[in-house]
Design a protein around this ligand. Structure first.
Ligand SMILES: Nc1ncnc2c1ncn2[C@@H]1O[C@H](COP(=O)(O)OP(=O)(O)OP(=O)(O)O)[C@@H](O)[C@H]1O
Ligand SMILES: Nc1nc2c(ncn2[C@@H]2O[C@H](COP(=O)(O)O)[C@@H](O)[C@H]2O)c(=O)[nH]1
Length: 188
């Protein structure tokens, strides 16, 4: 059997900022740490409580430029004023080792992964309503009002792209969605 066909599922989780991607993934991984989550590189400043190498690899613009130039990113995108990218090698190593891999990335990144790895399953996390999305993003309290505005502007584009994804999960209950996501990471 060819090495690539033996690879387990690569799952990409996307959805508008504030919909609850990190919350759902954290809930799932508490019970199922075997689902490996890629740690992205970003030029964004850490939020209180975020740790380098755990939540993100926090890099400056020059370091991010080098990651791009050296071909070290599987995909990358600029989102609401910062850059984010998926380190390629760690993802490939995990897939080659037979472990399920999860990426939590924006729409632009999901499109790039779909193009380069068509076997990936693309999952869209949708909010129960626009009003609830605004409530969650605002209620998180991590962004300044102008940043929230930029993220909501991006959210309109992201919501309009839902049909590009293989599956949509609506984040009404964190527990239910975490279970659904777990099942998707396991289906070959
Ligand atoms: N099902 C839910 N019901 C109510 N609140 C939720 C639910 N899921 C997440 N939240 C809350 O919504 C806020 C945003 O969640 P989270 O940070 O996980 O979003 P995100 O999609 O990862 O955002 P970003 O893309 O900006 O990183 C958090 O305060 C979280 O506690
Ligand atoms: N294209 C990529 N998008 C990524 C990556 N890592 C995270 N993200 C997405 O960026 C936004 C904002 O994240 P935040 O932590 O600043 O709130 C969100 O949609 C993330 O999913 C990545 O490696 N590539």
């Amino acid at each position: 059997m060819a090495a690539h066909s033996a690879r387990p599922r690569l799952t990409v989780l996307s959805g508008p900022s504030g919909v609850g991607k990190s919350t759902v993934v954290a809930h799932m991984r508490k019970e199922h740490p075997e689902v490996w989550l890629s740690v992205s590189a970003t030029t964004r400043r850490p939020r209180p409580g975020e740790r380098d190498g755990v939540h993100y690899f926090f890099v400056d613009d020059g370091e991010f430029d080098k990651l791009i130039a050296n071909g070290e990113l599987l995909e990358w995108a600029e989102f609401a004023g910062n850059r984010y990218g998926t380190p390629r090698e760690a993802v490939m190593d995990r897939l080659d080792a037979g472990e399920p891999v999860l990426l939590e990335i924006d729409l632009q990144g999901a499109r790039q992964v779909r193009d380069s790895m068509p076997e990936a399953r693309l999952v869209f996390l949708a909010p129960p309503s626009w009003e609830e999305l605004v409530r969650r993003l605002t209620g998180r309290g991590t962004e300044a009002p102008e940043v929230i505005e930029r993220r909501l502007e991006a959210a309109r584009t992201e919501l309009a792209a839902e049909s590009e994804f293989d599956t949509t999960l609506v984040n009404t209950s964190v527990e239910d969605v975490a279970n659904e996501l777990l099942a998707l990471t396991r289906v070959a």
